[in-house]
Design a protein around this ligand. Structure first.
Ligand code: NAI
Length: 795
């Protein structure tokens, strides 16, 4: 090319990054890697392990160990032995280590970036400018949480040994997201990288040990799904943190059910990218490039569903296509390319299949093939237009460089289309009207919303999904809590069995007048409702006297109650002041009828009158607590390293089921329901099976306290049966189960359909009278999910 031609085309040539250091590191290990356990590599015996390939060339890169249950055992033992000394090191001691890791990442940034590009196929421009700096930032930020742990997380302790399973799309970054908070807060780790991309985790572990990280604190076991399952099942592990597909996430939820292991899941997405007609269209076009062609679209929060307002759709899509023509696909180590290789031929085949299906289902295909290498796993930037919202490609995660585009007319329609997904990870809004953007952001079912931006991440801003995109957050304060347990709850003991209930005494009164039938009905949608099955159960007092009957609720009643709760959506939008007022009003009305409730508690449970009065007093105080918190448990304004803000908003989960325990039946029930409704949730409550009359007595209280219909629905009946109906109901967003161990296990196992947010007590008994364990932030954290709205406002 001569100078004239160069100026004519303004093209630029390849700018390859040197890979010698990375290749030397591989060669130093003979291209063979055993697990990294207890501070050193285990030898990989001849004939063992599996090959890992370079996506851009298809060549074998290295041979890697395939972890067995015995390997996992060994890694867990090393992590367990290291945990106590690591936790005891003090926050400052751990802060020094995390700081050293951050510095180590920066010192070896180039090696890490190059190896990541070779192993994963992503452009080195991205690994160098995005992955590695974000990894370093994560360790710096979490060095800070370690330093401040005593001050900021008083009353919380590390969980212990954490099993972490990560995917292949951001191998190093996901490692950092997982291990930085775990280690900072005093846990030790057994990490399993994805089978396609294990190398940077192994390099990281080796470098970390050189940087002084004590042996056993970070262990890396390599392998595929079976190795992952061995980690999930290991009894010596206190928490599983997983990032990957929704399908595997579900399986992990099922396998950990009833084990008492803590669990966080960061799963798939099909995130909307909404372009309003007043958007800066050129900026939005660049936004799409970052949304779906960053990392070849293998991004869980990729803006893969472009929703564009009808009037501007033609011009926007034509500009987008023009921009696509300038995207360069090529060798990952070429610094002048925009897109590298797809991680593995299996993924490539899956992308091809889905795109073909999209075309079959009526979409119009646009691809820019120029320069796409002929060998290796490459796929061109792809746009599917004329896509129907119900088409497979509009619903399923493609996990490749494929955007689908649809149009909408009004903001309401945009919200409807955006939320028409089982996922809820992220969303991006493009509009020059701040009022419009901020009106839409809270309406989107997504854990992260970017305004006039996309794919922004920071260690200080929580990341995580709504709905089937998983639960739990990574990053920020909320991410730190995922690696801590509350001391007040850790002290809980297994629930003591209550003595068997006495046989009912006949209440027949000879020739006197018969007692009028007082079967308490269910309470659904603000009305007393006869149970669907027309059955009832007798409730006896502690002395065997029949005190009444309550309805025997069934699956249909649960469905009706969930529907009523769904209709009470207005409650989630009610002002926090309004919710507080109603909680206070409930307390006021209960206070007026205190003696009556105390007498009921005494007759039902057999406690003395002063104890019963104490319970009622505690309930009044509890309602006040949540009235107080309703407008105080609010979010945060983060200042990530950009000119702009991220607003962390505590949003309600939606409709939440509650199974209340037998002990202190009024106090425990109110302690569970009040935090939920204070935060704007609607509830479907199954009260204590033994003392349900205490709940049915509340109906009048609800009716006279301005509590809107449907906010609290009560279905009396058998918790062992009703827990199944609640857990498997796909329109219920969360479930709190306090009662026997089996109830918790059943609830967790059956909650996988829509991946409900769960709070279960595993049969441990809460001290309801003690505010440290019976009320407050411990419950409130579980009553909300944090949405982070990013608002960049300049350069
Ligand atoms: P995957 O979910 O199977 O793999 C993620 C990690 O889980 C890997 O480390 C894998 O070895 C491990 N794993 C697999 N089966 C397991 C099991 N039964 N128990 C414990 N761990 C297990 O994802 P895969 O198959 O690599 O990709 C398939 C699809 O998943 C992609 O096309 C994409 O749609 C989605 N995906 C989403 C990711 C996200 O970040 N949301 C990341 C990776 C994949």
């Amino acid at each position: 090319m001569n100078v004239q031609q160069f100026f004519d085309s303004m093209d630029y040539g390849p700018a390859p990054e040197a890979d010698s250091a990375a290749r030397e590191w591989l060669a130093r290990h003979d291209n063979r890697f055993g697990h990294f356990i207890d501070g050193k590599f285990k030898p990989l015996k001849e004939g063992e392990g599996f090959d890992t390939f370079e996506p851009a060339t298809g060549k074998i890169l290295a041979r890697i160990a395939n972890g067995t249950a015995t390997d996992v055992d060994e890694a867990v033992a090393a992590a367990r032995a290291a945990q106590e000394p690591w936790a005891k090191l003090s926050g400052h001691g751990r802060a020094r280590h995390l700081y050293a890791l951050a510095r180590m990442v920066q010192r070896h940034g180039r090696l890490l970036a190059v190896l990541e590009a070779i192993d994963n196929g992503k452009p080195v421009r991205e690994t160098r400018d995005i992955d590695v700096p974000l990894v370093a930032r994560h360790f710096y930020h979490h060095a800070g949480w370690a330093q401040l742990q005593d001050a900021e997380f008083a009353g919380y302790s590390p969980l212990g040994v954490v099993g972490q399973i990560i995917p292949w799309n951001f191998p190093l970054l996901m490692l950092a997201w997982k291990i930085a908070p775990a280690l900072a807060l005093g846990n030790t780790v057994v990490l399993k990288p994805a089978e396609y991309t294990s190398l940077t985790a192994l390099l990281f572990a080796e470098l970390a040990t050189e940087a002084g990280l004590p042996a056993g604190v970070l262990n890396v076991v390599t392998g595929g799904g079976e190795t992952g399952e061995a980690i999930v099942d290991h009894p010596g592990i206190d928490k599983i943190a997983f990032t990957g597909s929704t399908e595997v996430g579900r399986r992990i939820r099922e396998r950990t059910a009833g084990s008492g292991k803590r669990l966080t899941l960061e799963l798939g997405g099909k995130s909307p990218f909404i372009v309003f007609e007043d958007a800066d269209l050129d900026a939005a076009v660049e936004g799409v490039v970052d949304a779906i062609w960053f990392n070849q679209g293998q991004v869980c929060c990729a803006g893969s569903r472009i929703l564009v307002q009808e009037g501007i759709a033609p011009i926007f899509l034509s500009r987008l296509k023009k921009r696509m023509e300038t995207l360069r696909v090529g060798q990952p180590l070429d610094k002048a390319i925009d897109m590298g290789a797809i991680v593995d031929p299996v993924q490539l085949a899956r992308i091809r299949e889905l795109v073909e299906l999209g075309v079959k289902e009526g979409a119009t295909l646009f691809q820019t093939e120029a320069g796409v290498p002929e060998t290796g796993s490459f796929f061109p930037p792809t746009l599917l237009t004329d896509v129907h919202p119900a088409a497979t490609v509009a619903r399923e995660e493609i996990f490749g460089p494929v955007a689908v585009a649809m149009t909408f007319r009004t903001p309401d329609e945009a919200v409807m289309l955006a939320n028409n997904s089982r996922y809820g990870l992220a969303a991006s809004i493009w509009s020059e009207t701040i009022g419009l953007a901020l009106d839409i952001a809270p309406k989107l079912a997504a854990g992260v919303v970017w305004v006039n931006a996309t794919n922004l991440f920071d260690a200080g801003v929580g990341f995580g999904g709504y709905r089937e995109s998983g639960f739990g957050r990574e990053g920020g304060r909320e991410g730190a809590y995922e690696y801590l347990k509350a001391d007040a709850w850790a002290k809980r003991k297994p629930r003591e069995e209550l003595p068997a209930q006495p046989e009912p005494k006949s209440s027949a009164s000879g020739f006197g007048l018969p007692v009028l039938d007082r079967t308490a009905k269910l309470f659904i949608g603000g009305k007393q409702a006869r149970p669907d099955g027309n059955g009832s159960r007798v409730v006896v007092g502690a002395d065997g006297t029949v005190l009444g009957e309550v309805g025997e609720g069934n699956r249909k009643d649960i469905r009706n109650a969930v529907e009523a709760a769904r209709k009470a959506e207005g409650w989630s939008r009610a002002s926090t002041h309004n919710r507080a007022q109603i909680l206070y009003y409930l307390a006021e009305n209960l206070s007026a009828r205190g003696p009556e409730f105390a007498a009921r508690i005494a007759r039902l449970t057999g406690v003395g009158s002063s104890e019963a009065e104490r319970e009622v007093e505690a309930v009044i105080s509890r309602l006040f607590t949540y009235g107080a918190y309703a407008d105080k448990f609010d979010g945060a304004v983060h200042s990530p390293p950009l000119r702009g803000l991220a607003l962390a908003i505590n949003e309600p989960l939606g409709t939440v089921g509650v199974i209340a325990p037998d002990e202190m039946p009024l106090l425990s029930l109110v302690s569970l329901v009040a935090p939920l409704i204070a935060m704007g949730n609607r509830t479907v409550v199954v009260p204590s099976a033994r003392y349900p009359l205490i709940a049915t007595d509340l109906y009048q209280l609800f009716e006279t306290s301005d509590l809107p219909a449907g906010v609290v629905n009560i279905v009396t009946g058998e918790p062992k049966a009703l827990v199944k109906d609640l857990a498997s109901h796909d329109d219920l967003d969360g479930l709190w189960v306090f009662g026997g161990k089996d109830l918790s296990a059943t609830a967790e196992r059956l909650s996988v359909g829509n991946l409900k947010r769960m709070l279960v007590d595993h049969g441990l008994q809460t001290d309801w009278l003690d505010p440290a364990s019976g009320e407050g932030r411990l419950f409130l954290h579980h009553a909300v999910q944090v949405k982070n709205i990013w608002i960049p406002y300049g350069d």
